[in-house]
Design a protein around this ligand. Structure first.
Ligand code: PHE
Length: 507
């Protein structure tokens, strides 16, 4: 069972609330046309909990590890392999024609009053990534099977939330060296609202929609309590006026129907009043809703102009639903899903920021909300990219199809034939085996030649009690044909390393 599916299966899914977003494009209702097959599956958010055994695999021998020009001392937490380190310098978000960079800019434009950060180093402290956000010591996200550690105190960020406290503290203390990293810091260098776009790293399975490096966008929006008090007062007056025949502030863009309740299961924090929470939640949901509608509208327009769908067959409404969630650094918390072309897509996690974070940052008089979402999933939809590995391709037939500021549907170039190889083995008796060790080992050996790794058989021998596994490895190059001989050499190396590094017995 793949980790993401398993973790999501554990998630508590109470009655969905429904938020319907509509945008003005004539009288068309919600129409579903033949859904493009876009393999976009959910990645386990950092909200889930389950226990995993640590693994001793992927030990790295040398005493220091060089990451982006800095040498870090290694220890027995070090588990970041060279193939992953190589990704830290790729900077896809800085290539103006790259689909992920185009999407990033699109979102930056949706939040013109926020500071925009997109060049914060992926190397962060364990404190930044976990402790500063209130992650419990035994949270599974901290385990070596899930996270790439440089050493015990340093890791490759697993999410952009790692920068929340650091940036808020820098804003509150006016640390210019940090604030100057914002792309648009000229008008308001100490802006308490910001977006962070960045590469994030998680040990994960391999398939068309999972890759151990992906990109996230974090949004943090804070308000002074005084400002919130004024806004609540104004809203109450406006409501009273509308009841007595005053101006009606109906919203043409988004119609919201939202049945989630802030209560025992998804509680507000004792530091906040019910009015403050109601204000923050409404403001946050509206902002996210508007952003998603804007982006999906552009996706539909791109499909229409490429002739992929006709104007009459395209989607005009995007129902959004909110699902109660748990994150250590927000409460209440939700995940947002949107219905796009017949599929519910998990877009992001969000919630009211834990007040401890703002207090620690030196902003006890402010309250706020935060969201975080993966860029790949939306970019796959927006640009019609069906395999997440393509984002890492430097093949001109991929990169040459895009240009800055433009959304267009990717025209797949001819697929090169794939080649499947199976490997069966007995697990070691003292088993510390974790599936992600296989994933890393295969990727480390075969690089981007590996298209997917799938468990196809698993059983326990009735007499010896030994566990057996069979994995199917699919090899396929994005840009050339591979020969069977070439793949045999790679497969042999994979088998050899499995024995050496994971202690399995091949069958
Ligand atoms: N960092 C969370 C994740 O990666 C998403 C998130 C961000 C949730 C901000 C709430 C607020 O799963």
């Amino acid at each position: 069972m793949l980790a993401a599916t398993l973790l999501l299966g554990l998630r508590n899914r109470p009655a969905h609330s429904l938020l319907i977003c509509t945008f003005n494009r004539g009288t068309q209702g919600l129409s579903r046309h033949a859904a493009r097959t876009c393999a976009v599956s959910a990645r386990a958010p950092l909200s889930t909990s389950c226990t995993r055994r640590q693994s001793e695999a992927s030990k790295i021998e040398s005493k220091t590890l060089d990451v982006l020009g800095t040498a870090y001392a290694t220890d027995d937490w070090t588990n970041t392999p060279p193939a992953i380190l190589a990704k830290t310098g790729r900077n896809l978000l800085h290539q103006p024609s790259h689909p992920l960079a185009i999407l990033k800019e699109l979102i930056f434009k949706e939040f013109p009053t926020f500071a925009h950060y997109d060049s914060l180093s992926p190397v962060v402290s364990t404190h930044q990534n976990f402790d500063s956000l209130g992650f419990a010591q035994d949270h599974p996200g901290r385990s070596k099977t899930d996270t790439y550690y440089v050493n015990q105190n340093t890791l490759l960020r697993t999410h952009t939330s790692a920068h929340q406290l650091q940036l808020l503290a820098a804003i509150s203390q006016g640390e210019h060296n940090v604030l100057m990293q914002a792309k648009n810091n000229f008008a308001a260098p100490r802006n308490e609202r910001f977006l962070v776009a960045a590469d994030v790293y998680r040990r994960d399975e391999i398939d068309a929609s999972h890759y151990p490096v992906f990109h996230q966008m974090e949004g943090v929006c804070t308000f002074s309590r005084e400002e919130v008090r004024d806004k609540i007062r104004q809203a109450t007056t406006a409501e009273r006026d509308s009841k007595t025949g005053g101006a009606c502030h109906s919203d043409q863009v988004a119609q919201m129907v939202d049945a989630t309740v802030v209560g025992e299961d998804n509680p507000m924090q004792s530091a906040h009043s019910a009015e403050e929470v109601a204000f923050l939640v409404k403001n946050m949901k509206q902002a996210m809703n508007d952003m998603v509608v804007q982006i999906l509208t552009k996706a539909v327009a791109a499909q229409q102009s490429s002739g992929e769908v006709s104007a009459s067959g395209s989607q005009a409404q995007f129902p959004v639903r909110w699902i109660d969630a748990y994150f250590p650094f927000t409460s209440p918390s939700w995940e947002m899903e949107v219905l796009f072309q017949g599929e519910w897509l998990e877009i992001c996690g969000c919630g009211v920021m834990k007040q401890e974070i703002l207090n620690q940052a030196g902003m006890p008089d402010r309250i706020g909300w935060a969201f975080g979402f993966g860029l790949e999933r939306l970019a796959m939809l927006l640009f019609g990219v069906h395999d997440i590995r393509l984002f890492w391709s430097s093949d001109s037939r991929f990169v040459g199809q895009f240009s800055p500021g433009r959304i267009n549907s990717f025209r797949p170039f001819s697929r090169h034939p794939s080649c499947a190889k199976d490997v069966s083995f007995w697990l070691p008796a003292e088993s510390t085996f974790h599936e992600n060790d296989i994933m890393d080992l295969v990727r480390e050996t075969a690089g981007d030649l590996v298209e997917g790794v799938k468990l196809i058989d698993s059983f326990t021998h009735p007499k010896t009690g030994k566990g057996s596994r069979c994995y199917r490895i699919n090899y396929c190059s994005m840009d050339r044909n591979v020969t069977n001989e070439e793949i045999n050499v790679v497969q042999e190396l994979v088998r050899k390393r499995m024995v050496e590094q994971l202690g399995v017995t091949l069958r």
